[in-house]
Design a protein around this ligand. Structure first.
Ligand SMILES: Nc1ncnc2c1ncn2[C@@H]1O[C@H](COP(=O)(O)OP(=O)(O)O)[C@@H](O)[C@H]1O
Ligand SMILES: [Mg+2]
Length: 387
């Protein structure tokens, strides 16, 4: 009788997986059944094994196949009280534009994607693909964006668990909420991003309910350890120093996002200006200079403002640049202001008077540096000793 019950349960589970078109899960499940019934029902086990082997090999990676079936939003876990969804869902096309990434980062991500496309090859060597990764870096450099892009490349939805939201739900329930969200993500082929994971750590220092927070951390620690290889668990943080070292160690991969270098700043300007780039092309070096050290999202925000002004005809490109460069010059060091002045003298038709007004560098100094520049010409102006 017990046996029969067991078989009924297995049958129900099999039907559920099959109807959800979770082909890969069906295969895994059947493989487990073969092992399970080998002794008790050898004929049944053998038959199942035959079906398993006869099945034509998959043409596309498992994650992609399943993704074509939309997950109904009804299934998404919600907070008991507020009925608000605990997860934000993104389903992007695979042709999504790749974020601007440094070369080493691009390589790491490309390997991660490759691993997913060759899961079986890895498995045949007894290896799992990377199951978890943590993105670290300042705000606005593409951590969330990259998670989104990664999911699109793997052909699965991205679920973002906003930890600040989980935490703000009544204490005592946040542990349950978290578990519900994680359980859901484990059952569904997806990338799950625990965004701003430092929210927990931050609260830990100023909250009275230490016990509850400890439980949350424990839940997360366990999950990172046990995350199934069929999914991908990502976490992101702007505050590496707040992350519990025990948590840190558990991620398979650490990916460091940095503020863009000069070359990436230039690329970003081109990308963010879009079709308006032609209009601003002559300012590209100057823009690159003043945006250096900024995050991608700050660069994007300022350029969007430029584009809106151009679209409405409220300002000319020259006006916009002049005003912007002037405001940026205020926060530059003296030597940087001189470099900027020299750049403006070389690349624009602005008078020395105007350049002096914009940069706050005296006309004498500008004259001195620009003539020196013509003399030594090749020498990088950045290297020059302060005047
Ligand atoms: N590496 C990047 N490439 C292209 N755009 C970027 C990049 N990083 C940030 N952005 C722009 O800034 C916005 C915010 O970036 P986001 O990924 O949310 O930053 P983070 O998660 O690191 O704080 C993005 O939606 C995008 O428009
Ligand atoms: Mg983010």
């Amino acid at each position: 009788m017990d046996d029969l019950n067991d078989i009924q349960l297995d049958l129900a589970q099999l039907i559920r997986l099959a109807l959800a078109e979770q082909t890969e899960d069906v295969r895994l499940f059947v493989a487990r059944l073969v092992r399970k019934y080998r002794n008790t029902y050898p004929e049944l086990a053998e038959q199942m094994d035959l079906y398993l082997r006869a099945k034509t090999p998959r043409s596309s990676p498992p994650m992609r196949k399943v993704m074509q079936k939309a997950v109904s939003t009804q299934d998404l876990p919600v907070d008991d009280e507020s009925r608000l969804s605990l997860l934000k869902v993104f389903k992007d096309e695979t042709n999504r534009e790749q974020p601007l990434l440094s070369l080493d980062l691009e390589e790491k991500l490309s390997q991660l994607i490759q691993e997913r496309h060759q899961v079986e090859r890895l498995a045949s060597l007894g290896l799992n693909p990377t199951r978890s990764a943590i993105f670290v870096g300042p705000p606005g450099v593409g951590k969330t964006l990259t998670a989104r892009w990664l999911a699109s490349q793997l052909g699965v939805p991205l679920y973002i668990l906003d930890l600040t939201a989980v935490m703000s739900s009544l204490l005592g329930r946040s542990g349950n909420n978290l578990r519900a969200a994680l359980d859901f993500a484990k059952r569904t082929p997806c990338v799950l991003l625990l965004d701003e994971i430092d929210a927990i750590a931050k609260r830990r220092s100023d909250d009275t309910d230490i016990g509850e927070l400890k439980r949350l951390v424990t839940v997360i620690l366990q999950e990172v350890d046990e995350w199934p290889a069929t999914g991908l668990l990502l976490a992101a943080t702007n505050h590496a120093e707040l992350i519990d070292p025990a948590l840190w160690r558990r991620f398979d991969l650490v990916i460091n996002f940095k503020t863009p270098e000069m070359q990436a700043v230039k690329q970003a300007i081109k990308r963010f200006l879009g079709q308006d780039f032609a209009m601003f092309a002559r300012w590209i070096d100057i823009l690159t200079f003043v945006f250096n050290g900024e995050s991608f999202s700050d660069i994007e925000r300022d350029l969007q403002r430029f584009r809106r002004a151009i679209a409405l005809g409220t300002a000319s490109d020259a006006d916009l640049i002049e005003e912007f460069v002037k405001s940026r010059a205020l926060i530059l060091e003296r030597q940087e202001r001189i470099d900027l002045a020299v750049l403006l003298a070389k690349q624009t038709r602005l008078s020395q008077h105007a350049i002096s007004d914009i940069t706050g560098v005296s006309r004498d100094t500008i004259r001195k540096y620009t003539t020196e520049q013509t003399l030594t010409n090749k020498q990088s102006s950045k290297r020059k000793p302060d005047a």
